[in-house]
Structure formats: structure tokens, C-alpha cells
Write a protein that binds this ligand. Structure first.
Ligand SMILES: [Zn+2]
Length: 319
């Protein structure tokens, strides 16, 4: 596999860098050793669907094999070149649009499944406590049975053939055990940074405090390109991270402004703030607001009554 520096010169690079939706089931070469296959699972939460990435050549690594859709499973195998085989299956995080095909693909190929750990791995003390007391609800879309053969730690290096090495970068926030993977100055950002919108942060898997820290960590890497699991490649990683951080700061300011009117629940705040959001997406918006309120409460800016919970009433301290 050529160095990722060959990226910009690769055939198809410019086409793949556009926001145009790829055709599901059609393998695209983004660069030598980096292929993308779109799964047919578009939705308001997945945008055009899940991008499965195939890394290396010959004995390949499949990153985020995707949802339990037979046609996508078949397309992954059919899209490989003659003589190629799946040597490793990597999972950024165990959500149902990323991990369900990991086990069948690994078993069919005599490969191993690698990921951060079972779904609860990596949670902060606050989130572990919320989950244990059943106060966070959440848990939407989790692949509860996910159990990797091999657990990957932050900073771990993974050989993917031809001298290329992936570096695991633990990026909790969207999901506690969320991993991004750096290949030179290209980073596969999973759902941490997506190509089309800010990611959902739904406690106890989603953790806003961790999300902000992960954004700063990724920013420090000064990557040239992000390849997300949903949406188009992000060609301006620094600007994108700045936007995400600003977006969260703005949201926090809106929540504090709304709380200046009086104590409120996450649901009521979501209705007051997300005025142009379709009703069907308001529950997800309330989850995002709840994530902010947990962060604000742990920073002693808000207080929860009777305790931190999805249906608690939150108020500003000292106003
Ligand atoms: Zn996803």
C-alpha cells in the first residue's frame, strides 16, 4: 500500500471528496489501500448510510462492517479483488449501524473482531453511576451482544499490511468506547466527527464532557483529512472541529439562557430551543440537551432535582 500522501493523486479522489451520495453496494477506491462501501441504511440518524472502509490490499482490514443487512454483507465480500480476503474486522463503536456484521464477516473469513470492548467499556464514573441506577434511559441503537475477540487500547498500533500502520485513538463522546483510527495524517473518525452534522450525544453512552476533550485531542493531531462513518470526507479537519466546539458552546449558551426563565426538564428545554426541528427528532434533541445538563451539573453551573436523571428538573445555580 502506498503512503497516504499519495491520496490526493489517487484516481477518484476528487470525485470521492464531493458531497455526492455514493451508490450503496458499489466499492469506491478513495486512495491506494483505502476503499469505501456505502451500506443501504439511510435515515435521519445515519444520513446517507454507514460508510464501511476497507483498508489495505490482499489481506484486508474492514472498518465498521455495518448493519445486519444481507446485501451489504454480500457487497463487502463481492467487492474485494480476486484472491483478497478479510484478515481483520475493526469496529469504531458497537452501535447497530456499525458492528452487527462484524461477527458473521469474521467467522466467514477466519478473522478476528477488534474493538474497544463490550458496550459499557470506557464509561466515566458519572455515566456508570447513571446507568447503574437506571436514570439515564438512552441506550438507543446499542449492539448489546458486541464482544470483540481482541480489545484495542488507546494508542495501540495495528499493522494492516505493506508496512502501513493504523493508530487507535480513543475518542469517547458519542460512545464511551469509541475509537478513531489514524493512518498517517488521515483519521477515520467513525461517528465522532461526521461528514454532515453534529453527532448525537445520548447519555449514558454519550458523554459531552468526554466529547469536547476528544475534539481537542483530535485537533492536536493536525490531521489533513477525516474519513467519517457517515457522510462525505471532511477536507478541513481543523475548521470542522472548531465548528463542532463552537456549536456545543452555542448550545450550552442557549440552554443557560432558557434556564434563566426558570427550572426545566431536558424535554421542555429541547422544545424551547430546537424550534426548527421536526417533532420526530425532538426526543433525540432532548438527549443532547440532557448531555449538556450533565456536563453543566458536574461543573457546578446547574443543579438537578431530585438528582441527575433524564426526567429531572434542572436549574441554574446562583441566578
Ligand atoms: Zn453510526
Amino acid at each position: 500500500m502506498q503512503a497516504p500522501l499519495a491520496f490526493a493523486a489517487a484516481p477518484g479522489f476528487r470525485a470521492a471528496m464531493t458531497d455526492a451520495r455514493p451508490t450503496p453496494g458499489v466499492m469506491q477506491t478513495l486512495a491506494p489501500g483505502i476503499r469505501r462501501l456505502l451500506a443501504p441504511n439511510p435515515s435521519p440518524m445515519t444520513h446517507w448510510g454507514t460508510n464501511t472502509h476497507i483498508l489495505g490490499e490482499g489481506a484486508v482490514t474492514v472498518l465498521d462492517p455495518g448493519p445486519a443487512i444481507r446485501a451489504h454483507y454480500a457487497a463487502i465480500l463481492a467487492g474485494l479483488a480476486p484472491g483478497e480476503r478479510v484478515a481483520r474486522v475493526l469496529v469504531s463503536h458497537p452501535h447497530l449501524d456499525h458492528s452487527p456484521l462484524a461477527r458473521p464477516l469474521a467467522e466467514a473469513s477466519d478473522a478476528r473482531v477488534s474493538g474497544f470492548g463490550p458496550p459499557e467499556a470506557g464509561r466515566s464514573a458519572v455515566m456508570t453511576d447513571l446507568a447503574a441506577r437506571g436514570l439515564a434511559s438512552g441506550g438507543e441503537g446499542v449492539d448489546h451482544g458486541f464482544a470483540p475477540d481482541q480489545r484495542i487500547e488507546d494508542g495501540e498500533r495495528i499493522e494492516i499490511g505493506n508496512g502501513a500502520t493504523l493508530e487507535a485513538v480513543w475518542t469517547p463522546g458519542h460512545f464511551a468506547g469509541h475509537l478513531s483510527f489514524a493512518l498517517g495524517d488521515v483519521v477515520f473518525t467513525g461517528d465522532h466527527v461526521m461528514g454532515w452534522a453534529s453527532t448525537l450525544i445520548s447519555p449514558p453512552d454519550g458523554d459531552l464532557t468526554a466529547f469536547l476533550a476528544s475534539c481537542h485531542r483530535l485537533a492536536a493531531r493536525k490531521a489533513r483529512l477525516f474519513l467519517p462513518a457517515h457522510g462525505a470526507p471532511v477536507t478541513d479537519p481543523a475548521a470542522r472541529l472548531d465548528w463542532l466546539l463552537a456549536h456545543r458552546r452555542n448550545r450550552e449558551a442557549e440552554i443557560l439562557a432558557a434556564l434563566a426563565q426558570g427550572p426545566a426538564t431536558p424535554e421542555a428545554l429541547a422544545r424551547a430551543i430546537y424550534t426548527d426541528t421536526p417533532a420526530a427528532l425532538l426526543p433525540a434533541a432532548a438527549r443532547n440537551v440532557f448531555a449538556h445538563l450533565i456536563d453543566l451539573t458536574t461543573r457546578d453551573i446547574t443543579r438537578a432535582s431530585p438528582q441527575i436523571a433524564a426526567d429531572a428538573t434542572f436549574e441554574r445555580i446562583g441566578t
